[in-house]
Design a protein around this ligand. Structure first.
Ligand code: C5P
Length: 313
């Protein structure tokens, strides 16, 4: 039986701006996404039967179709029934290193790895674009997780424009293990509070989305100006998550207290991150935050920017 092992990295948002509501009830977004080295490992193996079998040692990861990785395999089975009969089902083993329900796209990355891995197992020869189209049916972050690196994401977050990749920027991530923020809750709450500010005319959405391409953050990325990138971090969802979760707000304040390039919450949270110019600076932040908050529930990670999404080992 053939098998593949894939690396499925986490992402952070350098910019997350909510422009308005879409006809499909999702939000129209402008984001700048960044892959980091912190990653899950996903093993795929062909089965003699048509089954999808999911294993994961993490107690909070579901093993049924509520798991996006399972749904990714199901989608491939529906789309490619001939390949399913020829090659059989798939056994998926997730080795989790990315915290779950964290705003780091861990679940989306696992699903992205399953799409990429089944394409290889079944010798389908799909392009990255084909895989991203399938991925967008599973979740808004899946297309970015497939290509990774540094990119602008617009639409639901599923329309990806690659940017020049960045390296040598380090990241300290912090997340309380027992704390999870529901992404639908974050967007719905934002909508209730800020709907009156949404641009009324669709044309202004297009203009704003266009502006980001020539905006300060993208210019700083092209110039590889880490100091400026750190100053320009932005996330609209902080406006609703921080007031509702004082623990996240306090963690963010603690991160900010120590010399860094910039601090922000990632996605819908509750992960908070600081950027650093060197591994030494990142490790100093890590130790300072750990000393200030010795709570074992707080998980801290040091990682760095990475230039690619899902990859085969
Ligand atoms: O696309 P995904 O399933 O990851 O999105 C999770 C939830 O986040 C959606 O059900 C929706 O409530 C919210 N969301 C949104 N607008 C987006 C992306 C996500 O409102 N562009």
């Amino acid at each position: 039986m053939k098998s593949y092992t894939l690396i499925a990295p986490a992402k952070i948002n350098l910019h997350l701006e909510i422009l308005g509501i879409r006809p499909d009830n999702y939000h129209e977004l402008v984001m700048v996404m960044q892959t980091v080295d912190l990653a899950d490992r996903v093993e795929l193996r062909s089965l003699a039967t048509d089954d999808i079998i999911l294993h994961c040692g993490h107690p909070n990861v579901p093993l049924d179709r509520t798991n996006l990785a399972y749904r990714a395999a199901e989608l491939m089975q529906q789309e490619f029934p001939d390949a399913l009969s020829e090659y059989g089902g798939v056994e998926i083993t997730l080795h989790k290193h990315i915290p779950i329900a964290a705003g780091l796209a861990g679940g989306s990355g696992n699903a992205a790895a399953v799409l990429v891995g089944i394409d290889l197992l079944w010798e389908l020869g799909l392009t990255q674009g084909d895989l991203q189209k399938l991925g967008s049916r599973l979740g808004s972050d899946v297309p970015f997780c497939i290509s990774g690196g540094t990119a602008i994401a617009t639409g639901r977050g599923d329309v990806i424009s690659p940017l020049p990749s960045l390296d040598g920027i380090y990241v300290v991530l912090g997340k309380y293990q027992s704390l999870a923020v529901s992404t639908p809750w974050a967007y719905t709450t934002y909508r209730h509070e800020y709907e009156h500010d949404y641009p009324q005319v669709l044309a202004s959405l297009a203009t704003r989305s266009h502006q980001i391409h020539s905006g300060d953050l993208v210019r700083a990325i092209v110039a590889r100006d880490a100091v400026k990138i750190g100053k320009l971090l932005y996330n609209d969802l902080e406006k609703v998550v921080l007031p509702a979760y004082p623990q996240v707000s306090q963690l963010r304040a603690e991160f900010q207290r120590h010399a860094n390039l910039g601090t922000m919450m990632s996605g819908s949270g509750p992960t908070v991150f600081s950027l650093a110019t060197s591994l030494a600076q990142a490790e100093t932040i890590y130790h300072q935050v750990r000393a200030a908050i010795p709570d074992p529930d707080l998980e801290l990670f040091v990682t760095q920017f990475s230039d690619r999404g899902v990859r085969v080992v």
